[in-house]
Write a protein that binds this ligand. Structure first.
Ligand code: GLY
Length: 432
């Protein structure tokens, strides 16, 4: 099979690695990729959908796998579908589950998915008036995509009004915040549930837990994610199946019933509240760094799985997941997320297949014979073990060496990934 993979992060390196293990793979192209996928990278403007289709025709591509959400929300799967090219990733209409928070909340309500009380507003006066109707603090969300920055969790009423006015009156995120969603703030442990669907059948892969804040103890600015593990301890097969029945199956059925079947990865962000699990948000792609822990646990042929989802034959595929635990720790460039340093020289230790550690590249590029950082999140180091502690110990042995070898303190990593469930590192000032 000839495959084109779109994207450039740690997620895409993890997808590439899984696809490269498939006996069914003939050739893999990655656009634009990073230094981890260098042998497969091609120069193709992935925002130019006509150019992508021309490349696919020219190269007889059998399957396009789209890693990030932006091209999906922009309709790349629709354009590929019209050209008769199989695509793993949802249509623009189905990607609204991530691309429009107001659509997602209204849809989830319509199919009975447990979620917090919310309201959608285009006027700041109406939004501020709604604050009187809810007894708890709220979360303020830009309706559209905002490069991961469109969610504000204010503490006080004054901060809430300020966030509302910044988005609605001052156009903080342009068209993305011309409409906002206000939601009751939930409390509890967050976890993510990942399923793959061909539009009708949905296969649950695993649960995972991310660490969004930049600092130890879940402190500091929000990031794309500083580390993750899978599966989440305490969520056994039965509990995972219950969560899938609540949050994956009705969404896939509802999208099919609406004539907008969802093909690809359905990533349900959940909060385990005192009143039961609630939907935080849907995403229409693998999480990053969650992909770096979920994909290594897939024991079946991952390319076969993605192709079956893209071609409506998922009911004919058996997916086997490893019983092991995977944990990944992100190595970031100093200054991330506000102003990450670029061009930090990287020295990576050798990791063999049998070592239980894989170094996934995220923001890396080759500079002559050297490897340097090119983004905020630079690497994701995944350890696999029989327990979360073992997986973390393997990952941290490599992470610590990489961070220590960086010149001028150019790199850092959180030291407490997995703190809620692992005994390895005690939390420092951790908040729940
Ligand atoms: N790690 C969170 C996300 O990918 O959305």
């Amino acid at each position: 099979m000839r495959v084109l993979l779109i994207g450039s992060g740690g997620r895409e390196h993890a997808i590439a690695r899984s696809v490269l293990r498939s006996a069914r793979l003939d050739t893999l192209f990655v656009a634009p990729g990073n230094a981890g996928t260098a042998a497969h990278n091609i120069d193709l403007d992935v925002d130019d959908h006509a150019a992508v289709i021309a490349f696919c025709r020219d190269q007889a591509i059998d399957l396009v796998v789209v890693g990030p959400e932006v091209p999906l929300v922009d309709g790349i799967a629709d354009r590929l579908g019209e050209a008769g090219i199989a695509c793993f990733g949802p249509s623009a209409a189905a990607a609204r589950l991530e691309g429009s928070k107001s659509f997602s909340r209204a849809f989830a309500d319509s199919v009975g998915i447990p979620q917090p009380k919310s309201g959608t507003f285009a006027s700041s006066d109406d939004a501020i008036a709604w604050l009187d109707e809810v007894a708890v603090p709220v979360v303020v969300k830009a309706d559209g995509l905002a490069a991961g920055k469109g969610v504000v969790i204010p503490e006080t009423r004054a901060e809430t009004e300020q966030a509302i006015r910044a988005m609605l009156d001052d156009g903080q995120f342009g068209e993305s915040s011309a409409t906002i969603v206000l939601e009751e703030r939930m409390h509890g442990e967050e976890l993510s549930l990942f399923g793959i669907s061909d539009g009708r059948t949905v296969v649950t892969l695993a649960t995972a837990q991310d660490h969004k804040r930049v600092g130890d103890g879940d402190t500091g600015l929000n990031t794309g994610g500083m580390g993750a593990f899978a599966p989440v301890p305490g969520i056994d097969a039965e509990r995972q199946a219950e969560l899938a029945e609540l949050f994956l199956a009705p969404a896939i059925q509802g999208m099919a019933d609406a004539g907008t079947p969802f093909v690809g990865v359905l990533f349900a962000g959940l909060m385990l509240t005192e009143d039961g699990p609630r939907l935080v948000e849907y995403n229409c792609r693998f999480g990053d760094p969650e992909a770096e822990v979920i994909l290594p646990l897939i024991q079946s042929d991952a390319l076969e799985l993605l192709y079956a989802a893209a071609t409506g034959t998922l009911d004919q595929v058996v997916v086997e997941m490893s019983q092991a635990v995977a944990a990944t720790v992100v190595v970031a460039a100093n200054g991330y997320p506000a102003a990450p340093r670029k061009g930090v020289a990287l020295t990576l230790p050798e990791t063999s297949d049998g070592s239980g550690v894989t170094i996934f590249h995220a923001g890396t590029r080759s500079d002559g014979a050297s490897l340097v950082s090119s983004g905020g999140r630079v690497l994701a180091v995944t350890g696999i073990g029989d327990t979360l502690d073992e997986a973390l110990t393997r990952s941290y042995a490599v992470v610590d060496a990489i961070v220590a070898s960086a010149p001028d303190d150019g790199l850092f990593a959180r030291s407490d990934i997995g703190w809620r469930h692992a005994r390895r590192t005690p939390p420092t000032g951790a908040q729940s």
